[in-house]
Design a protein around this ligand. Sequence first.
Ligand SMILES: NC(=O)C1=CN([C@@H]2O[C@H](COP(=O)(O)OP(=O)(O)OC[C@H]3O[C@@H](n4cnc5c(N)ncnc54)[C@H](OP(=O)(O)O)[C@@H]3O)[C@@H](O)[C@H]2O)C=CC1
Ligand SMILES: CC(=O)N[C@@H](CCC(=O)OP(=O)(O)O)C(=O)O
Length: 313
Amino acid sequence: MLSVGLVGARGHTGKELVAILSRRSDMRLAFASSRAMAGEPVTKLAPQAREDLIFEAMGPEDVAARGADAVILALPNGEAAPYVAAIDKAAPGTIIVDLSADYRFDEKWIYGLPELYGREPLKGATRIANPGCYATAGQLCVHPVRDLLSGPAHLFGVSGYSGAGTTPSRKNDVEALRDNLMPYSLTGHLHEREMSRHLDHEVRFCPHVAAFFRGITLTAQLSFAAPVTLDTLKSRYEAAYGPEPLIRLSDAIPEIRDGQDVPGAVVGGWAVGEGGGYGTVVCALDNLLKGAAVQAVQNLALAAGLEELGGIA
Ligand SMILES: NC(=O)C1=CN([C@@H]2O[C@H](COP(=O)(O)OP(=O)(O)OC[C@H]3O[C@@H](n4cnc5c(N)ncnc54)[C@H](OP(=O)(O)O)[C@@H]3O)[C@@H](O)[C@H]2O)C=CC1
Ligand SMILES: CC(=O)N[C@@H](CCC(=O)OP(=O)(O)O)C(=O)O
């Protein structure tokens, strides 16, 4: 039984992580940290949790001292380092899966997107950086056709407001979002750099946030170096994702609803423009699931040599 500590457990992704971990027979949630909900039962947030599990306010040293086999960090960006440092010092063999962007550019960490970068590097890994939500959708769109592209891929993303976490901001203010679509970070979004780096191909990315709670659609506009047929385009995705249990291919254009509350991603809606010089592909997924919690547990299971999709699908 793998004991797993969860830091940042009362957030949007934390809640999903509690639910998935509670469904696994080979992992046990050893502790769940939250300052705001300290002393309250975890079932208050996630009814699937063990009844005796109580939220605890825990600093980095408290977390490291508990000696869990694995720790999942679901903290806002920029907060992971003290936890990693404390674990490095007290229990360096602990598996850490970090959901934030803090280690996605660190060569010493494994970037865990198993469908694209393989399962092998994750086996036995102890430092795993979980990809961003848009970044997962964007890379699923671009990776199978990278070698066909001329110039950057242009990605248009729309996310539900849970993507902006629970700290109040305009991007999760339902009043500001009502009957609205909010573009932001028009150049240089962190996921633009993340995708370009891991794809080893430049992308341009424009995020938007809307009034629904969860889900992402990512529309990828691709320019081809030589004319491409619809069959060729589609066959690239079939070859890449055919055997992948968490990737569903769809001729119909994926919409937000196709990706909400499902563990995996839907990729498809392929279209090729006149002359075959350009094309479009769409991905829909749940930002809290394949965009965060599902991928984290998938990565953790692969690292620990456990069944990849237990509690997930
Ligand atoms: N939401 C999404 O769609 C996705 C999020 N991510 C990433 O996952 C991480 C978590 O996101 P999300 O769940 O949305 O965030 P939330 O804002 O919903 O939750 C943040 C959690 O961290 C805790 N926390 C906040 N500040 C601190 C701090 N300074 N020290 C210790 N604990 C703190 C909060 O609990 P408390 O204050 O009670 O201690 C809470 O449990 C982020 O890095 C985010 O970028 C990745 C992919 C998708
Ligand atoms: C709507 C919204 O604000 N979404 C977040 C993406 C959430 C995510 O995956 O972000 P991390 O890279 O921070 O883990 C954003 O654009 O920053």
